[in-house]
Design a protein around this ligand. Structure first.
Ligand code: COA
Length: 217
């Protein structure tokens, strides 16, 4: 399942560590009505052998934003400063549990002002590839029935709605769709995945080079 290499992109996907949790929890609180706690993440990272968590990092100062986003971005940076050591900012994260040949995606989120730039797709594609390499036959997840952006992302990657969990979310009793991929190793899925991955890498490279060209000197 390798057509090109995610490691050559300006946005890097790396294993999440406990040192990432301040930034991760900031995005978590901006993204979910019932955010996970630091303790929950620490448990996942330190003790859950089935868990695999990743962050995507990019130099967000190089990303074009419109003026409204720039003001909002400035305000957010003042309130939640990026690490001072020059490390690129975490733009999103994802996690999954590998259980009995199934990759169960437990979470995915992108920093609100960084959405719509293919970072969520990069995290999902990276995870599907990582899980397949570790022996997952399918990927599965739950998603709020109202969460159209996330569902569209999963549908793009071949997930199908295979069931419903009634009142799955305790904050508002919302139902969850269970969405699952076809067999990851099937020729049909691999062809689809490779096509999507090539387009994704091209898109992320194009965005990166346009941003570099438009940088003030
Ligand atoms: C879901 C989420 C991770 C998507 O991240 P993102 O970086 O904005 O998404 P991308 O830019 O990579 O978009 C990839 C695909 O997702 C779908 N998508 C993303 N945003 C969408 C939107 N607002 N409306 C419809 N589809 C959308 C599209 O299929 C898109 O592909 P396209 O660009 O070819 O149209 C992001 O919206 C998020 O963090 N949401 C809050 C947390 C959350 O709901 N997580 C899911 C829990 S199940």
């Amino acid at each position: 399942m390798r057509v090109d290499d995610f490691s050559k992109l300006a946005v890097r996907v790396e294993p999440m560590t406990v040192a990432d949790l301040t930034e991760v929890l900031n995005i978590e609180h901006l993204s979910f009505p019932s955010p996970w706690s630091a303790r929950a993440y620490e448990y996942e990272l330190r003790y859950n052998d089935m868990a695999h968590y990743f962050v995507a990092r990019a130099d967000t100062s190089a990303l074009n934003t419109n003026s409204g986003e720039r003001v909002l971005g400035w305000l957010k940076r003042v309130l939640h400063p990026a690490p001072a050591n020059g490390t690129p900012q975490i733009v999103g994260y994802i996690g999954y549990w590998l259980m009995a040949g199934e990759a169960h995606i437990s979470t995915i989120a992108v920093r609100p002002e960084m959405r719509g730039r293919a970072f969520g797709e990069l995290l999902l594609a990276f995870t599907i590839e990582d899980a397949a390499r570790r022996g997952a036959h399918v990927a599965t997840l739950e998603v709020r029935i109202s969460n159209t952006p996330a569902q569209q992302l999963y549908l793009k990657y071949g997930f199908e709605k295979v069931g419903l969990r009634k009142a799955y979310y305790s904050d508002n009793n919302e139902d969850a769709f269970i969405m699952t991929t076809p067999p990851l190793g099937s020729a049909q899925y691999q062809t689809r995945f490779e096509r999507l991955k090539s387009a994704l890498i091209m898109r992320l490279n194009e965005v990166g080079s346009k941003q570099l060209q438009s940088q003030p000197t």
